[in-house]
Design a protein around this ligand. Structure first.
Ligand code: AP5
Length: 217
């Protein structure tokens, strides 16, 4: 049976940071909807051009585009053991579509680690975030600095700051999260899948909780 893990949490809670670590430890594919959109924008694909305006404004990309993109990604052969989903689902309609897609693949959502962090900390985290151009490795100028400023420790590529990490856009993203995504906390709690994690702890401590959440702690 494939294993599917849904990572839930507000923007900046550490989903991407943890998904990279845990996907390597578990040997599962890491699927980040934000990274796939950013790749499409960089390649100026039709999907990228449709998504760009929504992302720059801190709004969600419409469900139909997002669901089709993730359905396609999950059907690829490298996902046959399962995947860690980072940033998807983000609306009840996406969660229902995910359930249907996984049922079609002979699987289901197995666990939902929910990383929670207060809005004040999120603002500080996103304001100091630097991401690697080649593979999306994530750093923070204060909490997780690279050895050499501006260069990724892992693959040597350039580090950059995301356009949507400007303070006004971060505020909008947090508002959108509270209005549109936070209902998923109850959606998964009711199904007995939610595992709450204090995201204000050190990165390694959060990883240890993540492993417990997926039954490997
Ligand atoms: P997306 O790329 O998914 O962004 P997000 O959910 O807003 O999450 P972030 O990537 O900003 O944060 P994160 O939780 O991964 O935190 P990170 O690990 O980087 O989405 C971007 C946009 O794409 C959306 O706004 C939307 O437009 C669109 N989109 C994507 N998915 C969509 C969907 N399903 N439907 C519709 N639209 C969609 O950590 C943040 C910082 O904190 C880093 O600097 C890191 O080093 C640091 N940090 C991490 N953990 C710790 C710790 N424990 N202590 C101290 N610092 C830490």
């Amino acid at each position: 049976m494939p294993t599917y893990i849904v990572l839930l949490g507000p923007p900046g809670s550490g989903k991407g940071t943890q998904a990279k670590i845990v996907s390597e430890q578990l040997g599962l594919v890491h699927i980040s909807s934000g990274d796939i959109f950013r790749y499409n924008i960089s390649q100026q694909t039709e999907l990228g051009m449709k998504a760009q305006g929504f992302m720059n404004r801190g709004e969600l990309v419409p469900d139909d585009l997002t669901i089709a993109m993730i359905r396609d990604r999950l059907s690829q052969p490298d996902c046959n053991r399962g995947a860690i989903l980072d940033g998807f689902p983000r609306t009840p309609a996406q969660a229902e579509a995910l359930d249907a897609t996984l049922a079609g693949l002979g699987g289901k959502v197995d666990s939902v680690p929910y990383i929670h962090v207060s809005p004040e900390i999120l603002m500080e985290r996103l304001g100091g975030r630097w991401s690697c151009r080649a593979q999306g490795h994530v750093y923070h100028e204060k909490y997780h600095p690279p050895k050499t400023a501006g260069i990724c420790d892992i693959d040597g590529s350039e580090l950059f700051q995301r356009e949507d990490d400007q303070p006004a856009t971060v505020e909008k993203r947090i508002k959108v999260y509270l209005e549109q995504t936070s209902p998923l906390i109850e959606y998964y709690r009711k199904r007995g899948l939610l595992y709450e994690i204090d995201g204000t702890r050190e990165i390694e401590d959060v990883t240890a909780e993540m492993m417990k959440a997926v039954g490997k702690g």
